[in-house]
Design a protein around this ligand. Structure first.
Ligand code: ZN
Ligand code: ZN
Length: 258
C-alpha cells in the first residue's frame, strides 16, 4: 500500500471520480491554483522567480492571458502583481529596441561607403534575428515549467502506486484511463525507472488504453449513425459527448504541455 499523502489522495480521487484523464484533471486543478498563487506577494517579491519571468520575457500566450484574467477576478489585488511582472519585462524590451535601432542606424550610415547593399542586408537580417531571439528569451514560461514538473512527479507517483498497490491497480483498470500524452509519459517511466512489476503494469496500461480506444470507436460510430436519415430512433447516450471526449483523449486537456 502506498503512503497516503496529498498527492496520492488527489490521484486516487481523480481516478475514482474523474470524467477525463485523471492526470489531465489534476493538471487543470494545479493550473487553477497556480494562477492566483503567482499573484501573491510571496511569489511576486521572490527575486529568483522574477528573474525567471524576465528570462522567459513574461509568460506563454495561454498563461499571460490566464494570469491577466485571474488578476481581475474579485478578491485579487486589481492587477498589481501582474503589473510588477510586466514592468520588468517591458523595461528590458525597450532597452533592446533602442539598442537594435542604434545598430541599424550605424549600419545604414555605412551604406555607399564601406559596405555594399548585399552586405548591409546580411547585417540587417542578423540584427533582426538577434532581436527576435532576445524577445523570445532564454527561459520557457515559468508557469508551464512548474506545471510540467508537477505533472511528471504525479505521473511517477501513479506508476509507483501501480507498482506497489494491487487495490489501485483495480481502480486503474476500471477508470477512464489516460489520455494519449499521459499514456506515453507513463510507459516511458515504467521502462526507464526501477519498477518491481514492470510486466504487470505494462500489460495493465496497454489493456486499459485499448479498452478506452475501443469504447471511443463505438461511441464515434453511434454518434455518426445519428446523422443517418434512415435512422429515426435517435439515441441519447454517452455518444452525444464523444467529440469532446475524443479531443481530450488524443491531445490531453486544453493547455497541456508535455
Ligand atoms: Zn491526460
Ligand atoms: Zn505557460
Amino acid at each position: 500500500m502506498v503512503k497516503k499523502d496529498i498527492t496520492t489522495l488527489d490521484i486516487l480521487d481523480a481516478f475514482e471520480n474523474g470524467k477525463i484523464c485523471p492526470l489531465c484533471q489534476l493538471w487543470i486543478k494545479s493550473e487553477e491554483r497556480l494562477m492566483p498563487y503567482l499573484l501573491t506577494n510571496e511569489v511576486n517579491m521572490d527575486p529568483d522567480f522574477r528573474a525567471k519571468v524576465i528570462g522567459a520575457r513574461g509568460f506563454c500566450n495561454r498563461h499571460i492571458h490566464l494570469l491577466y484574467n485571474t488578476a481581475y477576478t474579485p478578491g485579487s489585488q486589481d492587477g498589481l502583481g501582474y503589473a510588477l511582472y510586466m514592468q520588468d519585462v517591458i523595461k528590458l524590451m525597450l532597452d533592446k529596441i533602442q539598442e537594435t535601432k542604434s545598430d541599424i542606424e550605424r549600419t545604414t550610415s555605412k551604406v555607399s561607403g564601406v559596405l555594399n547593399k548585399k552586405e548591409v542586408m546580411k547585417i540587417f537580417k542578423q540584427t533582426v534575428g538577434k532581436l527576435e531571439a532576445n524577445f523570445k528569451g532564454t527561459d520557457s514560461c515559468p508557469a508551464c515549467e512548474y506545471l510540467k514538473q508537477l505533472d511528471s512527479l504525479r505521473t511517477g507517483t501513479v506508476v509507483r502506486m501501480l507498482d506497489e498497490d494491487s487495490e489501485f491497480r483495480k481502480i486503474f483498470s476500471n477508470s477512464k484511463g489516460l489520455c494519449i500524452p499521459h499514456f506515453i509519459s507513463a510507459i516511458k517511466i515504467v521502462l526507464e525507472t526501477k519498477v518491481k512489476n514492470q510486466e504487470i503494469i505494462m500489460s495493465l496500461l496497454f489493456d486499459v488504453e485499448a479498452k478506452n480506444i475501443e469504447k471511443i470507436q463505438i461511441l464515434l460510430a453511434k454518434f455518426i449513425k445519428r446523422f443517418d436519415w434512415a435512422y429515426t430512433q435517435k439515441s441519447y447516450g454517452e455518444e452525444i459527448e464523444v467529440n469532446n471526449i475524443v479531443k481530450d483523449f488524443l491531445k490531453g486537456v486544453e493547455g497541456l504541455r508535455m
